[in-house]
Design a protein around this ligand. Structure first.
Ligand SMILES: [Zn+2]
Length: 134
């Protein structure tokens, strides 16, 4: 069974490696969904983790929302090698690579996978495009 949690983040960013309009600072209202593959044992009503413990949805939501709110929401994501980092702009969050939607999905997946059996992370960047990782 797949369970999921989703929420919106408002993100500013720019991409230095992609020629064109994405090099300008701009923003997105991104819909982020995390999906967990879980087992619901026969005769049971709730999903369980690999260790057999009940997977508490509120734990997933607390960790997920805490992470995306503190790192991404209303922040300006800049790659640590971006020359604009020197300006120390308000709300900057420095990230390891260009803050592409592909990387954002990967980073959230890696963070959440520390604590939960994440199957995939989906990030919808605009009304017409997004990514699913992996
Ligand atoms: Zn963008």
């Amino acid at each position: 069974m797949i369970l999921y949690v989703q929420d919106y983040i408002q993100v500013g960013h720019r991409l230095t490696t992609l020629p064109g309009k994405c090099q300008q600072i701009h923003g997105h209202s991104m819909l982020v969904k995390i999906a967990l593959e879980v087992d619901v044992p026969p005769g049971e009503d709730l999903a369980v983790n690999a260790n057999g413990a009940v997977l508490d949805f509120s734990d997933v939501k607390k960790t997920f929302r805490g992470h995306i709110n503190s790192v991404y929401d209303h922040h300006l994501l800049l790659g640590k090698n971006d020359p604009l980092v020197e300006l120390n702009l308000p709300g900057m969050t420095l990230v390891d690579g260009d803050p592409t939607v592909e990387n954002i999905a990967k980073w959230i997946f890696n963070f959440m996978s520390n604590d939960f059996p994440i199957s995939y992370v989906e990030v919808q960047e605009t009304a017409t495009n997004g990514v699913i990782y992996p």
